[in-house]
Design a protein around this ligand. Structure first.
Ligand SMILES: [Zn+2]
Length: 326
């Protein structure tokens, strides 16, 4: 089998870009990439253009390689729009791996959001710096603030549930697409009012899987009375368990006393019984009370305070004492 050299990092990019150089330092890796001339769509009018206008460099931080901060220096093109009616004469090339005006690749933004999902912004910033990502906690917050939900006005089947934000301090209402479970909207509060407003703009909804909150049920009944409401097993079980807990609390006393297999009406009285020595039991045992004797007939002397100081652990303790004194 023969091994052929690949063009380095290029396989990670799209077909319109290639790597032509890289520089490696102790904690940083700089990868230089170049655009191939190709046609690009004008963002203003949508017309394809392959008329090159100029080149420029974008520096993007990428996902780290070997825990080194990794930067892409992208030499990319500006194109001229050939549509005489178009408002923009020149437009910049769009990259499939980084959105316009971003200083990080999409993959890196996903990594940052993924890590910070489980940590505070400050904690995530520190962990990411160990992994080779340079990002401040403010930037992480900005990334979160920029997340937008793609709303679909024609959506027909949704799920709705309340979610806790900031460790249960505040709540929100999450609306998601029942088909693929992607989030469609995150509404403030969980009293059903914002959900009602949302439903007014989404009259095509025919099916709602909802949690047991009655606020959502009444919002659906009011705005879309013909809509089918589905309660899932998780929420039904939760309902049942909550109801059972209430019943048990109401019906059962906090403590139940059982004696000889029967449930007592009240706590049994404590009966103090003095323990008498049963001499008949004692008489069953024979006990030799005479002191043990040495081989020469003298009484064996017991001195419980006397220690055998030649035992290893006493020796060790003495050595340690001597060491600590010095
Ligand atoms: Zn145009």
């Amino acid at each position: 089998m023969k091994y052929h050299e690949t063009t380095g990092y290029s396989f990670l990019l799209d077909e319109n870009h290639f790597v032509y150089r890289y520089q490696e330092f102790d904690s940083e890796l700089h990868i230089f990439i170049k655009s191939k001339p190709h046609s690009c769509q004008c963002p203003a009018c949508g017309l394809e253009s392959s008329k090159l206008h100029a080149t420029y460099e974008r520096v993007l931080q990428d996902t780290p390689i070997h825990c080194k901060k990794t930067f892409l220096h992208a030499n990319v093109y500006k194109y001229e729009c050939l549509n005489p009616e178009c408002s923009s004469r020149v437009f910049t090339e769009s990259l499939s791996f980084a959105k316009m005006s971003q200083v990080r690749t999409d993959a890196l933004n996903s990594l940052i959001l993924g890590v910070s999902m489980f940590l505070s912004n400050e904690g995530a910033s520190r962990v990411l710096s160990l992994l080779g990502v340079q990002v401040s906690n403010d930037t992480i917050q900005r990334l979160y603030d920029r997340i937008e939900f793609a709303d679909d006005p024609d959506i027909e089947a949704i799920g709705v549930d309340d979610v806790a934000i900031r460790k249960g301090q505040t709540y929100a209402t999450a609306v998601y697409d029942l088909k693929d479970h992607h989030l469609v909207a995150l509404l403030e509060g969980r009293d059903g009012q914002p959900f009602k407003e949302w439903l007014k703009k989404h009259k095509k909804v025919r099916l709602v899987a909802r949690d047991r909150a009655s606020a959502y049920a009444s919002a659906i009944n009011e705005i879309l009375p013909d809509c089918v409401q589905v309660a899932d097993r998780f929420h039904l079980l939760q309902n049942l368990i909550d109801r059972l807990k209430d019943i048990f609390k109401e019906e059962l006393p906090p403590e139940i006393y059982i004696k000889d297999g029967a449930v007592l009406d009240k706590a049994p009285d404590k009966i103090w019984k003095e323990k008498n020595v049963d001499s008949a039991v004692l008489d069953q045992y024979s006990y030799d009370d005479t002191p043990p004797l040495e081989a020469d007939g003298t009484e064996t002397e017991f001195v419980s305070t006397k220690r055998r100081l030649d035992l290893p652990h006493y020796k060790r303790a003495a050595e340690n004492r001597k060491k600590n004194r010095n």
